[in-house]
Design a protein around this ligand. Structure first.
Ligand code: SF4
Ligand code: SF4
Length: 257
């Protein structure tokens, strides 16, 4: 697949944010006075997949092991810079006010970080004229043309893996232990900014590996999901039964409602 692209500076991707951040970016975001959420999803992991299952290997790299009742699970936690409306760093002329320090994900957009997701212009915020054939090449035969962007994507994947134990430690310190079922949505925690900043600094500066996998709880809006998980020994319940302060359920589609 070939795709041409040039940013039109429309600023759409800098509005209504849930920007995935690395731990160091999240610390900077919080220090700047902005909000960071923890988006949590859980994957049932009854047994280790075959070594040649590359998609499972990728999920494994960016998650930590947990138990949900008697069911082994993997937990993915995303630190997301969250802001309704325009990004606090966006200037009136749609330029980034922290251009040299902007997060990796802003440098990479609209390319995809996940190697198993193909870049689809229709799924991006960019207007149609940003994809006009004849603009600078973005993809040729499905491969990124710009080696610099490919390097940033690798840097983002490496940080994702390196940050896993820090996120695990932060969740344990903050009592965060509920997650949506992978592919159904996310549980979004919005802890107090100062508390989250302190927990991220502590976990970054003084890492500690827990002796036992932590216990996590699956939440879902679908009764069938809950029943299946409970039948295989997991801790699971409908999201309404788990409502907690600073906890929000973000479903992917109406089917999950
Ligand atoms: S940090 Fe800059 S590039 Fe990223 S969303 Fe904000 S304004 Fe846009
Ligand atoms: S949405 Fe696309 S075209 Fe608009 S500013 Fe963002 S990257 Fe550029």
């Amino acid at each position: 697949m070939d795709i041409d692209f040039a940013c039109t500076m429309c600023g759409k991707c800098c509005h209504d944010l849930r920007l995935p951040l690395t731990v160091s970016e999240a610390i900077a975001w919080l220090e700047h006075g902005d909000e960071v959420q923890l988006l949590c999803e859980a994957l049932p992991w009854p047994e280790e997949p075959a070594e040649d299952n590359l998609q499972a290997a990728q999920k494994r790299r960016r998650s930590f092991a947990a138990m949900s009742g008697s069911l082994p699970a993997r937990i993915v936690v995303i630190l997301a810079g969250t802001h309704p409306g325009p990004c606090p760093n966006l200037s009136d002329d749609m330029r980034c006010g922290i251009y040299e320090q902007r997060p990796l994900v802003c440098r990479i957009y609209p390319a995809e970080i996940n190697p198993f997701i193909a870049l689809t212009p229709a799924h991006k915020a960019c207007p149609p004229d940003a994809w006009t054939p004849g603009l600078p090449p973005l993809l040729r035969a499905g491969k990124l043309v710009d080696a610099g962007v490919a390097q940033l994507i690798q840097q983002s994947r490496d940080a994702d893996e390196k940050d896993v134990p820090i996120k695990q430690q932060v969740c344990a310190a903050m009592g965060i232990d509920q997650a949506a079922v992978s592919n159904e949505g996310f549980v979004a925690y919005s802890p107090d900014r100062a508390d989250l900043l302190a927990a991220l600094r502590q976990a970054s500066n003084e890492p500690s590996i827990p002796a036992m996998p932590p216990t996590w709880h699956f939440v879902s809006k679908r009764r069938t999901t809950v029943d299946v998980l409970v039948s295989v020994g997991a801790l699971s319940s409908l999201v309404d039964a788990n409502s907690a302060p600073r906890f929000e359920y973000l479903g992917f589609s109406v089917e999950s409602e």
